[in-house]
Design a protein around this ligand. Structure first.
Ligand SMILES: CC(C)(COP(=O)(O)OP(=O)(O)OC[C@H]1O[C@@H](n2cnc3c(N)ncnc32)[C@H](O)[C@@H]1OP(=O)(O)O)[C@@H](O)C(=O)NCCC(=O)NCCS
Length: 146
């Protein structure tokens, strides 16, 4: 677990501490609320915990005093390849480096587990986040919508 202090909006001058944790305790409703806000849908009863426990190498949670503000899931193939999905930061906590730190800790977790590659795909508008801030390099890749 690690703590990072950053300045909240200058207007409030509140010092906000964000705590990051690999495989941190989290419940379904917390993740679903973040996901719903980020992707513009109504919250559902999706069973995130089962998905994480059954299919993920790990995940990273970011929390401040008011709750979960960031999450990223790291499923894998059980050997050398891990994947980044559902990188999410709450709207109230964006542009303070939380997303970049979530990815950095996912990289550390995957490397520590012996993975050689961490994959991600994303919409073109997120190029500055993944390629410039988070350290991914571009590569030819393919995707089929099922
Ligand atoms: C993408 C996301 C996780 C970034 O989280 P964040 O905590 O704001 O990211 P950071 O503060 O670490 O951003 C670092 C830099 O990445 C770039 N960046 C961040 N968010 C970006 C976005 N939405 N689009 C383009 N570039 C972005 C910026 O250059 C930013 O620097 P700046 O704050 O000085 O402008 C967040 O915007 C989010 O949750 N979006 C909705 C969900 C989503 O689309 N997730 C990705 C699924 S593939």
């Amino acid at each position: 677990m690690e703590r990072v202090a950053g300045n909240e909006a200058a207007a409030s001058l509140r010092l906000v501490t964000v705590v990051f944790e690999w495989r941190g305790a989290v419940d379904d409703a917390e993740i679903e609320a973040l996901h719903a806000e980020a992707f513009g849908h109504e919250p559902t009863a999706f069973d995130w915990r089962s998905q994480l426990e059954r299919h993920s190498l790990g995940w990273v949670c970011a929390r401040d005093d008011d709750g979960l503000v960031g999450f990223v899931n790291v499923p894998w193939d059980g050997a050398r390849h891990a994947f980044l999905v559902d990188t999410i930061v709450a709207a109230r906590a964006r542009h303070r480096g939380v997303g970049t730190r979530l990815v950095a800790l996912a990289v550390e977790g995957a490397r520590a587990a012996g993975c050689a590659w961490l994959h991600v795909d994303f919409e073109p508008e997120l190029l500055p986040f993944y390629l410039e801030a988070a350290g991914f390099r571009p590569t030819p890749a393919g995707l089929i919508r099922l």
